[in-house]
Design a protein around this ligand. Structure first.
Ligand code: 5GP
Length: 242
Protein backbone atom coordinates (compact mmCIF):
# COMPACT_ATOMS: atom_id res chain seq x y z
CA UNK A 1 0.00 0.00 0.00
CA UNK A 2 1.48 3.34 -1.09
CA UNK A 3 1.73 5.85 1.78
CA UNK A 4 0.79 9.54 1.49
CA UNK A 5 3.80 11.73 2.37
CA UNK A 6 4.46 15.46 2.43
CA UNK A 7 2.56 18.12 0.54
CA UNK A 8 4.22 19.01 -2.76
CA UNK A 9 2.14 21.53 -4.68
CA UNK A 10 -1.26 23.23 -4.68
CA UNK A 11 -3.15 24.13 -7.84
CA UNK A 12 -6.52 25.85 -8.12
CA UNK A 13 -8.58 22.67 -7.92
CA UNK A 14 -6.13 20.04 -6.65
CA UNK A 15 -3.39 19.42 -4.12
CA UNK A 16 -0.50 17.08 -4.86
CA UNK A 17 1.34 14.99 -2.27
CA UNK A 18 4.46 12.91 -2.49
CA UNK A 19 4.18 9.20 -1.65
CA UNK A 20 6.80 6.69 -0.49
CA UNK A 21 7.17 5.71 -4.16
CA UNK A 22 9.01 8.48 -6.09
CA UNK A 23 7.25 7.46 -9.31
CA UNK A 24 3.78 7.94 -7.77
CA UNK A 25 2.02 11.06 -6.41
CA UNK A 26 -1.32 11.48 -4.69
CA UNK A 27 -3.86 13.95 -6.09
CA UNK A 28 -6.49 15.42 -3.77
CA UNK A 29 -9.45 17.07 -5.50
CA UNK A 30 -10.58 20.24 -3.70
CA UNK A 31 -14.01 21.84 -3.55
CA UNK A 32 -12.65 25.25 -4.61
CA UNK A 33 -13.86 26.52 -7.96
CA UNK A 34 -12.11 29.33 -9.81
CA UNK A 35 -12.64 31.02 -13.15
CA UNK A 36 -11.03 33.81 -15.17
CA UNK A 37 -7.53 32.95 -13.89
CA UNK A 38 -8.62 32.91 -10.27
CA UNK A 39 -10.51 36.25 -10.29
CA UNK A 40 -13.82 34.49 -9.59
CA UNK A 41 -13.66 32.06 -6.66
CA UNK A 42 -16.08 29.97 -4.65
CA UNK A 43 -16.34 26.74 -2.73
CA UNK A 44 -18.72 24.19 -4.20
CA UNK A 45 -19.49 21.49 -1.67
CA UNK A 46 -18.59 18.02 -2.98
CA UNK A 47 -17.09 19.22 -6.26
CA UNK A 48 -13.81 17.50 -5.34
CA UNK A 49 -15.58 14.22 -4.67
CA UNK A 50 -17.48 14.37 -7.95
CA UNK A 51 -14.42 15.31 -10.03
CA UNK A 52 -12.34 12.54 -8.43
CA UNK A 53 -15.04 10.02 -9.37
CA UNK A 54 -15.57 11.42 -12.85
CA UNK A 55 -11.86 11.65 -13.68
CA UNK A 56 -11.29 8.08 -12.48
CA UNK A 57 -14.16 6.93 -14.63
CA UNK A 58 -12.90 8.71 -17.76
CA UNK A 59 -9.27 7.63 -17.25
CA UNK A 60 -10.32 4.00 -16.71
CA UNK A 61 -12.46 4.10 -19.84
CA UNK A 62 -9.57 5.53 -21.89
CA UNK A 63 -7.08 3.01 -20.49
CA UNK A 64 -9.43 0.20 -21.58
CA UNK A 65 -9.29 1.69 -25.08
CA UNK A 66 -5.49 1.69 -25.14
CA UNK A 67 -4.71 5.26 -24.05
CA UNK A 68 -2.01 5.50 -21.41
CA UNK A 69 -2.91 7.93 -18.62
CA UNK A 70 -1.32 8.85 -15.30
CA UNK A 71 -4.22 7.29 -13.37
CA UNK A 72 -3.39 4.35 -11.11
CA UNK A 73 -6.01 3.95 -8.41
CA UNK A 74 -8.71 5.74 -6.44
CA UNK A 75 -7.78 5.66 -2.75
CA UNK A 76 -10.49 7.76 -1.09
CA UNK A 77 -13.49 9.84 -2.08
CA UNK A 78 -11.24 12.83 -2.88
CA UNK A 79 -7.90 11.16 -3.63
CA UNK A 80 -6.32 9.20 -6.46
CA UNK A 81 -2.81 7.86 -6.99
CA UNK A 82 -1.22 8.84 -10.28
CA UNK A 83 2.11 8.33 -11.97
CA UNK A 84 4.51 11.22 -11.42
CA UNK A 85 4.75 13.24 -14.63
CA UNK A 86 7.17 15.85 -15.81
CA UNK A 87 4.41 18.22 -16.86
CA UNK A 88 4.50 19.78 -20.32
CA UNK A 89 3.15 23.33 -19.73
CA UNK A 90 0.86 23.29 -22.75
CA UNK A 91 -2.92 23.03 -22.50
CA UNK A 92 -4.39 21.09 -25.38
CA UNK A 93 -7.95 22.05 -26.30
CA UNK A 94 -10.11 19.88 -28.51
CA UNK A 95 -13.25 21.40 -30.01
CA UNK A 96 -16.20 19.80 -31.80
CA UNK A 97 -18.70 22.67 -31.52
CA UNK A 98 -18.00 26.40 -31.31
CA UNK A 99 -18.28 27.84 -27.81
CA UNK A 100 -16.44 30.01 -25.28
CA UNK A 101 -13.22 31.66 -26.36
CA UNK A 102 -13.37 30.24 -29.91
CA UNK A 103 -16.72 31.94 -30.52
CA UNK A 104 -15.44 35.20 -29.06
CA UNK A 105 -12.16 35.14 -30.95
CA UNK A 106 -13.43 34.11 -34.38
CA UNK A 107 -17.03 35.35 -34.28
CA UNK A 108 -18.41 31.86 -34.87
CA UNK A 109 -21.78 31.72 -33.05
CA UNK A 110 -21.91 29.32 -30.08
CA UNK A 111 -23.45 25.91 -30.97
CA UNK A 112 -22.10 25.99 -34.56
CA UNK A 113 -20.89 22.51 -35.43
CA UNK A 114 -17.27 22.66 -36.60
CA UNK A 115 -16.71 20.92 -39.95
CA UNK A 116 -13.42 19.52 -38.66
CA UNK A 117 -12.23 18.90 -35.09
CA UNK A 118 -10.15 21.88 -33.95
CA UNK A 119 -7.01 21.48 -31.82
CA UNK A 120 -5.60 24.49 -30.01
CA UNK A 121 -2.64 24.96 -27.68
CA UNK A 122 -2.22 27.40 -24.79
CA UNK A 123 0.76 28.14 -22.62
CA UNK A 124 -0.11 27.00 -19.10
CA UNK A 125 0.57 30.28 -17.29
CA UNK A 126 -2.12 32.03 -15.23
CA UNK A 127 -0.21 35.30 -14.99
CA UNK A 128 -0.18 35.51 -18.78
CA UNK A 129 -3.81 34.23 -18.91
CA UNK A 130 -2.92 31.00 -20.72
CA UNK A 131 -2.19 32.64 -24.10
CA UNK A 132 -2.81 30.64 -27.25
CA UNK A 133 0.44 29.42 -28.84
CA UNK A 134 1.35 27.40 -31.93
CA UNK A 135 3.99 24.80 -32.77
CA UNK A 136 6.58 27.47 -33.55
CA UNK A 137 6.23 28.92 -30.04
CA UNK A 138 6.32 25.45 -28.50
CA UNK A 139 9.62 24.59 -30.22
CA UNK A 140 11.14 28.08 -29.78
CA UNK A 141 10.40 27.89 -26.04
CA UNK A 142 11.53 24.24 -25.91
CA UNK A 143 8.28 23.19 -24.24
CA UNK A 144 8.13 19.91 -26.20
CA UNK A 145 9.82 18.15 -29.12
CA UNK A 146 8.10 17.73 -32.52
CA UNK A 147 7.78 13.95 -31.95
CA UNK A 148 6.18 14.63 -28.58
CA UNK A 149 3.69 17.06 -30.13
CA UNK A 150 2.80 14.49 -32.79
CA UNK A 151 2.09 11.96 -30.03
CA UNK A 152 0.11 14.51 -27.98
CA UNK A 153 -2.06 15.36 -30.98
CA UNK A 154 -2.61 11.71 -31.80
CA UNK A 155 -3.73 10.98 -28.23
CA UNK A 156 -5.93 14.11 -28.00
CA UNK A 157 -7.82 13.19 -31.18
CA UNK A 158 -8.17 9.56 -30.06
CA UNK A 159 -9.58 10.70 -26.69
CA UNK A 160 -12.14 12.75 -28.62
CA UNK A 161 -13.01 9.78 -30.85
CA UNK A 162 -13.62 7.63 -27.77
CA UNK A 163 -15.47 10.16 -25.62
CA UNK A 164 -17.85 11.63 -28.22
CA UNK A 165 -19.79 8.38 -28.90
CA UNK A 166 -19.51 7.25 -25.26
CA UNK A 167 -21.10 10.48 -24.01
CA UNK A 168 -23.64 10.56 -26.84
CA UNK A 169 -25.00 7.26 -25.47
CA UNK A 170 -25.50 9.09 -22.16
CA UNK A 171 -27.36 11.91 -23.92
CA UNK A 172 -24.43 14.29 -23.52
CA UNK A 173 -22.78 16.33 -26.29
CA UNK A 174 -19.02 16.73 -25.86
CA UNK A 175 -18.60 20.31 -27.06
CA UNK A 176 -14.94 20.82 -26.16
CA UNK A 177 -12.36 19.92 -23.51
CA UNK A 178 -8.86 20.62 -22.25
CA UNK A 179 -6.15 18.01 -21.75
CA UNK A 180 -2.69 18.14 -20.20
CA UNK A 181 0.20 15.80 -20.82
CA UNK A 182 3.51 14.90 -19.23
CA UNK A 183 6.54 12.66 -19.57
CA UNK A 184 6.97 9.46 -17.58
CA UNK A 185 9.83 7.03 -18.30
CA UNK A 186 10.31 8.61 -21.73
CA UNK A 187 6.64 8.24 -22.66
CA UNK A 188 3.94 10.84 -23.15
CA UNK A 189 1.02 10.17 -20.79
CA UNK A 190 -2.33 11.90 -20.41
CA UNK A 191 -2.40 13.71 -17.05
CA UNK A 192 -4.41 16.23 -15.02
CA UNK A 193 -8.15 15.52 -14.85
CA UNK A 194 -11.15 15.00 -17.12
CA UNK A 195 -14.24 16.44 -15.49
CA UNK A 196 -16.98 19.05 -15.93
CA UNK A 197 -14.32 21.56 -14.79
CA UNK A 198 -12.31 20.88 -17.95
CA UNK A 199 -14.97 19.89 -20.51
CA UNK A 200 -18.11 21.44 -21.95
CA UNK A 201 -20.98 18.97 -21.67
CA UNK A 202 -24.42 19.85 -23.08
CA UNK A 203 -27.55 17.78 -22.61
CA UNK A 204 -28.30 16.33 -26.07
CA UNK A 205 -32.04 16.97 -25.86
CA UNK A 206 -32.36 20.32 -24.08
CA UNK A 207 -28.92 21.82 -24.69
CA UNK A 208 -28.68 22.49 -20.96
CA UNK A 209 -25.12 23.10 -19.74
CA UNK A 210 -23.80 20.37 -17.45
CA UNK A 211 -20.35 21.81 -16.73
CA UNK A 212 -18.29 24.62 -15.26
CA UNK A 213 -19.86 27.22 -17.56
CA UNK A 214 -22.72 27.21 -15.01
CA UNK A 215 -20.19 28.59 -12.51
CA UNK A 216 -18.39 30.89 -14.97
CA UNK A 217 -21.71 32.39 -16.12
CA UNK A 218 -23.42 32.50 -12.66
CA UNK A 219 -26.18 30.14 -13.78
CA UNK A 220 -26.52 28.26 -10.48
CA UNK A 221 -27.09 24.51 -10.17
CA UNK A 222 -23.39 23.75 -10.68
CA UNK A 223 -23.10 20.78 -8.36
CA UNK A 224 -26.48 19.43 -9.43
CA UNK A 225 -25.19 19.42 -13.02
CA UNK A 226 -21.94 17.62 -12.07
CA UNK A 227 -23.99 15.06 -10.11
CA UNK A 228 -26.23 14.53 -13.11
CA UNK A 229 -23.20 13.82 -15.34
CA UNK A 230 -21.91 11.28 -12.80
CA UNK A 231 -25.37 9.69 -12.49
CA UNK A 232 -25.59 9.21 -16.26
CA UNK A 233 -22.06 7.81 -16.53
CA UNK A 234 -22.49 5.39 -13.65
CA UNK A 235 -25.88 4.16 -14.89
CA UNK A 236 -25.45 0.55 -16.08
CA UNK A 237 -21.71 0.85 -15.41
CA UNK A 238 -19.54 -0.74 -12.78
CA UNK A 239 -18.65 1.91 -10.15
CA UNK A 240 -15.41 3.84 -10.75
CA UNK A 241 -14.39 3.65 -7.08
CA UNK A 242 -13.49 0.27 -5.66
P1 5GP B 1 -12.37 28.12 -23.78
O1 5GP B 1 -11.07 28.33 -24.52
O2 5GP B 1 -13.55 28.19 -24.70
O3 5GP B 1 -12.50 28.99 -22.58
O4 5GP B 1 -12.30 26.62 -23.21
C1 5GP B 1 -12.33 25.50 -24.07
C2 5GP B 1 -12.47 24.25 -23.24
O5 5GP B 1 -11.26 24.00 -22.53
C3 5GP B 1 -13.57 24.30 -22.17
O6 5GP B 1 -14.13 23.01 -22.06
C4 5GP B 1 -12.84 24.67 -20.90
O7 5GP B 1 -13.45 24.09 -19.77
C5 5GP B 1 -11.46 24.05 -21.12
N1 5GP B 1 -10.38 24.90 -20.60
C6 5GP B 1 -9.56 25.71 -21.29
N2 5GP B 1 -8.67 26.33 -20.47
C7 5GP B 1 -8.94 25.89 -19.24
C8 5GP B 1 -8.36 26.14 -17.95
O8 5GP B 1 -7.38 26.89 -17.78
N3 5GP B 1 -8.94 25.49 -16.90
C9 5GP B 1 -10.00 24.63 -17.05
N4 5GP B 1 -10.53 24.05 -15.96
N5 5GP B 1 -10.55 24.37 -18.24
C10 5GP B 1 -10.04 24.98 -19.33
Amino acid sequence: MVQKKEFLYEGKAKKIYRTDDPAVVLVEFKDEATAFDGVKKDRLEDKGILNNRLSALFFSLLEKQGIETHYLKTVSEREMLVKFLEIIPVEVIVRNIAAGSLSERLGIPEKTELKKTVLEFSLKDDQLHDPMINHYHIYAMELAEPEEMAEIERIALKVNQILVPYLKEKNIVLVDFKLEFGRHNGKILLGDEISPDTCRFWDSSSGEKLDKDRFRRDMGGVIEAYREVLRRLEENDTPAVD
